[in-house]
Ligand binder design. Structure first.
Ligand code: ARG
Length: 463
C-alpha cells in the first residue's frame, strides 16, 4: 500500500528501505489512546463549526472508540508503510467509514497532532510521577517516628561531621522530592497547552474553534503562535530535566545507602527481597536495586542531552528530526517510574542497625563543633574557640578517647574558665540536644518538621 501521506504529486513509490528507516510506529504506538482522544475532540469541534455534520461526528467517534479497543486488544497489525500511530488510526477509520473517515484530517496536520498527543501523554506521565514521588515522601515520613531517637553521624567530605537525628536524614529526602514535585507541577503548566489547530505551520483558513478542542482535552488554553507550536519541544526537554533532577536525588540516596549497607558502615539492613546474590561467593547479599538506581539515573540524564541536541540548530518549524524525540522521552519516564516504584518499598522495609551505629557514634568527635559554640556562647571569639577546641580534640585523639572522657583538668589546661558544665554538651546525645536553630537537627525542630510534613501530606491526600 502506498503511504497515505504521499499525495498525487508523487510519481514514484517509496523505497522500502526508507519505510523501515522512517517509521515511528515501533515506538509511538503507545500514543494511541491520546491520539484517539485528540481525534474525537477534533471531530466534535469540526461538527460544532459545521465542517462536518453531527451524524458524521458520531460515526467517527464510534469508529475511533472501536479502533481504540482493537489496538488495546493487540488486534491491529502495525505496518511500516503507515509510518506512525496517527496514520494507522486514520487509515483504520477510512477503512471503516470511507469518505466520512477521510474528513477527520480537516484543518489538522500530523505536526499539531503529534504535538497534542505527546502533550496529553506527558501530562498523564507527569501525574503518575507525582503520585510516585508523593508515595516516596510518605515512605521516608513513615520512618520518622520509629527512628526518632536514633542518632546518626552527618558527614561532610564523607568525614564524620556532626550528630543528627535519623529523621533529619529522612526529611532531607522529603524536601528534595518536594522540590521535584514543585518542578513537576510547574512543568505541567507549560505542557498543558493545546497545539491542535496549529495545523502544519501557519494555522488554517477553515473556521475552527481552538478553544473548544483545548477545553475538551482538559488543556488550559490553545497555544498562541502556530510557527512556535509546530517546532516547540520545550515541554519535553523540561520534562526530561525534571526527571533528571529526580534521577540525581535517587542516585545520591542510592549511593548513600549502598555505603551504609557495607560492613565498613553497617548502618542499614536492606530488605532481602530487593537484594541479589553472587553466583560464586555464597556470603554475598548485594544491593543491586540501589546500584541499578544509580546506574539508570545516567540514562535519564543522557536522554536530556539527547533531546537538547535534537532540537539544537533546527530552524522553525516542524522538522522530521523531531520524530526522534519519543524514544528518549519514553525511556526517561519508564526509567524514573521503575526507579520510584522500587525506592518506596526499600525505604519502608530497610532497618537501621541501631546498636552498630550507637557503638561507634562517639568516634569522630561529632560534638567538637558543639563544644566550640558552647565557648562562643560564653563570650570567646569564634576563631579563638575554633583553634582551642582543635587543640583539645588533638589531645583527645592522642589519648584515643572521646571528648566526654577527658578529665576537666585537660579542658582547663587549655582554657581555665571551662567548668564541669562543659560535660552537658559533650557526647552525641547532648550535642544533638544543644541545637536550637530553625531547620537544624534540634529535636523540637525535627519534631515540628515531621508534623508539618504529616499535615501537608495528609492535606494533599484529601485533595
Ligand atoms: N511520524 C511523525 C512524527 O512522529 C509524524 C509527523 C510527520 N509530519 C510530517 N510533516 N512528516 O514526528
Amino acid at each position: 500500500m502506498a503511504s497515505p501521506s504521499r499525495s498525487g504529486v508523487f510519481a514514484a513509490d517509496t523505497d522500502q528501505r526508507l519505510e523501515a528507516y522512517a517509521e515511528s510506529i515501533s515506538f509511538d504506538s503507545r500514543l494511541y489512546r491520546h491520539d484517539i482522544r485528540g481525534s474525537i475532540a477534533h471531530a466534535e469541534m469540526l461538527s460544532t463549526v459545521g465542517l462536518i455534520s453531527s451524524q458524521e461526528f458520531q460515526q467517527i467517534r464510534d469508529a475511533l472508540t472501536e479502533i481504540g479497543a482493537e489496538i488495546e486488544a493487540g488486534k491491529m497489525p502495525f505496518r511500516f508503510e503507515l509510518e506512525d500511530i496517527h496514520m494507522h488510526i486514520e487509515q483504520a477509520l477510512i477503512e471503516r467509514l470511507g469518505d466520512v473517515g477521510r474528513k477527520l484530517h480537516t484543518a489538522r496536520s500530523r505536526n499539531d497532532q503529534v504535538s497534542t498527543d505527546t502533550r496529553l501523554w506527558v501530562r498523564d506521565a507527569l501525574d503518575r510521577v507525582d503520585a510516585l514521588l508523593a508515595d516516596l515522601q510518605r515512605a521516608f515520613l513513615s520512618r520518622c517516628d520509629a527512628d526518632f531517637d536514633c542518632i546518626l553521624p552527618a558527614y561532610t567530605h564523607l568525614q564524620r561531621a556532626q550528630p543528627v537525628l535519623a529523621p533529619h536524614y529522612w526529611l532531607a529526602y522529603v524536601e528534595k522530592f518536594a522540590r521535584d514535585r514543585e518542578r513537576v507541577a510547574d512543568c505541567r503548566r507549560r505542557v498543558n497547552q493545546c497545539s491542535l489547530g496549529v495545523a502544519a505551520v501557519a494555522g488554517t483558513t477553515l473556521p475552527i474553534d481552538r478553544d473548544q478542542t483545548a477545553a475538551a482535552l482538559g488543556f488550559d488554553s490553545p497555544t498562541a503562535n502556530s510557527l512556535d507550536t509546530s517546532s516547540d519541544r520545550d515541554f519535553l526537554i523540561e520534562s526530561a530535566f525534571v526527571l533528571s533532577t529526580i534521577a540525581l536525588h535517587l542516585s545520591g540516596w542510592a549511593e548513600e545507602w549502598i555505603l551504609w549497607s557495607t560492613v565498613e558502615f553497617d548502618f542499614i539492613r536492606l530488605p532481602q527481597a530487593f537484594c541479589t546474590g553472587s553466583s560464586i561467593m555464597p556470603q554475598k547479599i548485594n544491593p543491586d536495586t540501589l546500584e541499578l538506581t544509580r546506574g539508570k539515573s545516567a540514562r535519564v540524564m543522557g536522554n536530556l542531552q539527547t533531546l537538547m541536541l535534537l532540537v539544537k540548530n533546527l530552524p522553525l518549524a516542524y522538522n522530521r528530526d523531531l520524530q526522534e524525540d519519543k524514544p528518549p522521552l519514553f525511556d526517561s519516564f519508564d526509567t524514573i517510574e521503575a526507579m520510584l516504584e522500587l525506592a518506596s518499598p526499600m525505604v519502608r522495609e530497610s532497618e537501621l542497625n541501631r546498636e552498630k551505629i550507637a557503638d561507634r557514634l562517639e568516634k569522630g568527635y561529632l560534638d567538637a563543633t558543639t563544644l566550640m559554640e558552647w565557648m562562643v556562647r560564653r563570650g570567646m571569639p569564634q576563631r579563638t574557640a575554633h583553634h582551642l577546641v582543635g587543640a583539645i580534640v588533638g589531645e583527645a585523639m592522642s589519648r584515643d578517647v572521646p571528648l566526654a572522657d577527658l578529665p576537666i583538668e585537660v579542658f582547663q589546661s587549655h582554657a581555665p574558665e571551662i567548668d564541669n558544665s562543659v560535660y552537658d554538651v559533650l557526647g552525641s546525645r547532648n550535642a544533638v540536644d544543644a541545637f536550637c536553630s530553625y531547620g537544624s537537627t534540634a529535636p523540637d525542630q525535627v519534631r515540628a518538621q515531621i508534623e508539618r510534613w504529616q499535615t501537608a501530606i495528609a492535606t494533599a491526600d484529601e485533595v
